[in-house]
Design a protein around this ligand. Sequence first.
Ligand code: CFM
Length: 546
Amino acid sequence: MTTATQKKGKQWDPAEIKADLIKKYPPKVARKRAKQILINEGIDNGTPEILANVRTIPGIMTMRGCTYAGCKGVVMGPNRDIVNITHGPIGCAFYSWLTRRNQTDPGPDGENFMPYCFSTDMQDSDIIFGGEKKLRAAIQEAYDLFHPKSICVFATCPVGLIGDDIHAVSKEMKEKFGDCNVYAFSCEGYKGVSQSAGHHIANNQVFRHVVGTNETERPGKYKINLLGEYNIGGDAFEIERILDKCGITCIATFSGNSTYEQFASAHQADLNTVMCHRSINYVADMLDTKYGIPWIKVNFIGAEASAKSLRKIAQYFEDRELIDRVEEVIAEEMPPVVAAAREILPRTEGKTAMLFVGGSRAHHYQELFKEIGMKTISAGYEFAHRDDYEGRQVIPDLEVDADSRNIEELHIEPDETRFRPRKEASEMARLEESGLRFKGYDGIISDMAPGTLIIDDLNQYEAERLVEIMRPDIFCAGIKEKYSIQKLGIPMKQLHSYDSGGPYAGFRGAVNFYKEIDRLVNTKVWSYIRAPWQENPQLSATFVWE
Ligand code: CFM
């Protein structure tokens, strides 16, 4: 079997690695994990099936977060002018307080509540006697202090357990104020198997309470929404710079550097572009059904991918002026990127990467690694669904288990007065024929080489084992994995928060990324790491069944 000292360049047998990862588990656990660890077969007409979006096995140290994190932290967190109140114990509030490094530009109105942490700070007595009174007082206090356009309330686990009616309290306060949209999210941490459920809950409520409420016409010739971009490390600023340069108007971003009025005017766009399919494809589908706005998948991670995405947008609008402008912008932006990649390539070519991130980055960032000649040998998502692995064609076959049924599915009808198909059916068909795909996403598997390992909901034990066996040149994941991986002597890059770096999106972001990866994979410091207990172990242990 392979060992930690395995030489670089050796061909691994992925089946042996898979067997190694699960051999310490009890049989039932091993059976379940085996379905979540997939050896990519590179099948011509289809992809192998993976088990995803299921509960983590108790006792396993998962990389996942909770439903509340997905709702408050991910989707609603990056909006700057909504006051987001966490109804719960103060510990839950900490993890939503700018720990995700989403940035914002306060704009001319200066309304920016992101640096604040709003919590009801529930105590034992609130759990026993109910927390609604305290929530009402918190909403009132936030309103009196800030007079925001909107206040959102987020449920944490204890709120669901004691049964506080956050929706009734929010409705009551909304009616009382008259000029502030107050609404709530039943996003208790336990509601779903991961943060993915929280995305869905957030999307539903924003769609129900905000989208379509602002009819003041937003000017612009080519109007799009950017869905699933959260401005980590300033990515949205780079994407906005590029879109502006092309003359494309972004009506709303969900939700990096966004405002309440952007959400409210989202129905005015003529095209929805989806970056992170996992977190937001629900909104894209609902905007299509209700208002007639088609959606396409884009990716602004990677210079080539950014250029391709701009061309797709131009192709959709079928306007010579835009098509030419996009080509001019690409021609202007690409040379410094190509020069940077060329300079770095001799030092990075052939090196290997592993990516284990949420529900889309483990896929998107492979583009950037490819551009500097690096191979992804193993990757996976924390909480994506089968469609993010295998492609959207599997959606009709997805099993709706009790956990998914727990999350409300909005039934959307075309809006009686505002449904306006942006393109005739014949135009859509012609565009599709010319290669523009609507509502399409192929997933991560189709882009990975045969023989690579694709692993869902990787855990701490498997991560360490995988690194010991395969010794990648870099491992990308989050803060929970950072130090355990570095202790194994492998550089680790956080792809959730970017450590303190970024932006990595668009053209300038690509250059930032190449330089950062060059530094990380070529430093010698990692080869000097050997902890005292690795030289002289004083204690060793085995599992009881060994
Ligand atoms: Fe989408 Fe995200 Fe991601 Fe995600 Fe996230 Fe994130 Fe992520 Mo961390 S929305 S699925 S829930 S791209 S916070 S900005 S980096 S796990 S891969």
